[in-house]
Design a protein around this ligand. Structure first.
Ligand code: C2O
Length: 465
């Protein structure tokens, strides 16, 4: 099937998904946005939490959906296979628990690809929008209809009305749409947001919202989408996203971080004797290009295997420089170690991580995804992060809580989370091309004080390496 089957579950369910690999290449599946508490074994990124499922082999992903409800998605997590191997995850609230927004009459999953939905006039629809694109942040709009944002990345938000949304690869957005227009056919349209100097893709993808009883011959009109490089819309839209922060769904933002991390995001050029022009593009965090291990990092951590990874990933770049100013070739340099370098995080400590885009090769936006956690996006800005003044402007009350966040082109984003989920958790740019170039790292979150707060034992059918 394409897209693949939708996984329906309820908050509190235990879910078992048997994956059998009928493809001619190795496969692994990631349940994007599920926290997998103590249970990285079910998280899925190949060579991080498991070795891939080989052709003809099976693996059962066995996990509990605890304290989460909303829209997420699943996708292959090995090389570029997520291009076609993905589907939606819909987690309903517990039986009898309503949504904290007007109850919709109907719901649809809208994976940004191709789609047509038939609607009745005068109803409320909940659209569960998923950006499954490989390399494009997308604007999305529906001709003639506004949308009320009610949830992002399976976390409820303060509702607000908008005519367009912005959604990065990996992110999900739930919107309510009222079918209050003259019955007809209306285009839904998605187009990339590209404010980097190198724009490659400007195609518009469309789907149709069709009122019942309207003939197919009526020609729909296109919605107004923000222009390709409309940074102002992007900043303004992101600033409007706020956690619901109600008594039932409080935003527990860590107020005092125990650990301050500052990671620069760089694109660079490395020598490559076997490549066509002797060089290749690489990407780095704090000038380190991630190297993939041969066996799963989580296994190496759990069994205490030596020589698979080190935990000396630096908390900040080797030397501070003007990150978004004129590029200096000295800063282009990346280091490629023999082993993956990870950062070790104490259990239950509070972490602040500032992701800073740089102009090493060119500035570009980077949607960063952290596995195993949601985080709070406490601040963002353009230019260089100012550690003195910017934190004073952080939103520590109702910042958006999510699992994937766009670091703006030539700017920075600050996130905070409590490291209460032990295991090895991948963090990477969700633009597949950047992941491939090495824009990724992982955190080793230590076990808690007792077995109930430590990584669970691995399942018996964990794929061998
Ligand atoms: Cu949706 Cu590591 O990915």
């Amino acid at each position: 099937m394409f897209p693949g089957p939708t996984i329906y579950a309820r908050e509190g369910d235990r879910v078992l998904i048997n994956v059998t690999n009928h493809a001619q290449y190795n496969m692994s599946i990631h349940w994007h946005g599920l926290k997998q508490y103590r249970n990285g074994w079910a998280d899925g990124p190949a060579y991080v939490t498991q070795c891939p499922v080989q052709t003809g082999q099976s693996y059962t992903y066995d996990f509990n959906v605890t304290g989460q409800r909303g829209t997420l998605w699943w996708h292959a997590h090995i090389f570029w296979l997520r291009a076609t191997v993905y589907g939606a995850i819909v987690i309903m609230p517990k039986q009898g628990v309503p949504y904290p927004f007007p109850q919709p009459d109907f719901e649809f999953n809208l994976i940004l690809d191709t789609y047509a939905i038939e609607v009745e006039q005068g109803k409320t629809y909940l659209l569960r929008i998923i950006n499954a694109a490989l390399n494009d942040e997308l604007f999305f709009a529906i001709a003639g209809h506004n949308m009320t944002i009610v949830e992002i990345d399976a976390v409820y938000t303060k509702p607000f009305l908008t005519d367009s949304i912005l959604i990065a690869p990996g992110q999900t957005t739930n919107v309510l749409v009222r079918t209050n227009q003259i019955p007809g056919r209306y285009f839904m349209a998605a187009r990339p947001f590209m404010d980097a100097p190198i724009s490659i893709d400007n195609k518009t993808a469309t789907a149709i919202l069709q009122y019942k009883g309207i003939p197919n011959t009526i020609v729909p009109s296109l919605p107004q989408l923000p222009s390709l490089n409309n940074t102002a819309f992007a900043l303004n839209y992101n600033a409007k996203l706020r956690s619901l922060n109600s008594p039932k769904f409080p935003a527990n933002v860590p107020l005092k971080p125990d650990r301050h991390l500052f990671y620069t995001i760089g694109l660079g050029v490395d020598p490559c004797p076997n490549c066509q022009n002797g060089t290749k593009l690489v990407a780095s965090l704090n000038n380190i290009t991630f190297v993939m291990p041969q066996i799963g990092l989580l296994q190496a951590h759990y069994y205490n295997l030596k020589g698979v990874f080190t935990t000396d990933f630096p908390d900040r770049p080797p030397t501070p420089f003007n990150y978004t100013g004129a590029p200096l070739t000295a800063n282009l340099r990346t280091t490629l170690g023999k082993q993956p370098r990870l950062s070790r995080i104490a259990f239950n400590s509070t972490v602040e991580l500032v992701l800073q885009d740089t102009n090493l090769l060119s500035v570009e936006s980077h949607p960063f995804h952290l596995h195993g956690y949601n985080f709070f996006v406490v601040g963002t800005g353009v230019g260089n992060f100012d550690p003195k003044n910017d934190p004073e402007k952080f939103n520590l009350v109702d910042p958006p809580e999510r699992n994937t966040v766009g670091v703006p082109t030539g700017g920075w984003t600050a996130i905070r989370f409590r490291a209460d989920n032990p295991g090895v958790w991948f963090m990477h740019c969700h633009l597949e091309i950047h992941t491939g170039w090495g824009l990724k790292t992982a955190f080793v979150v230590e076990d808690g004080p007792d077995p109930d707060h430590s990584v669970l034992p691995p399942p018996k059918d964990l794929p061998p390496c």
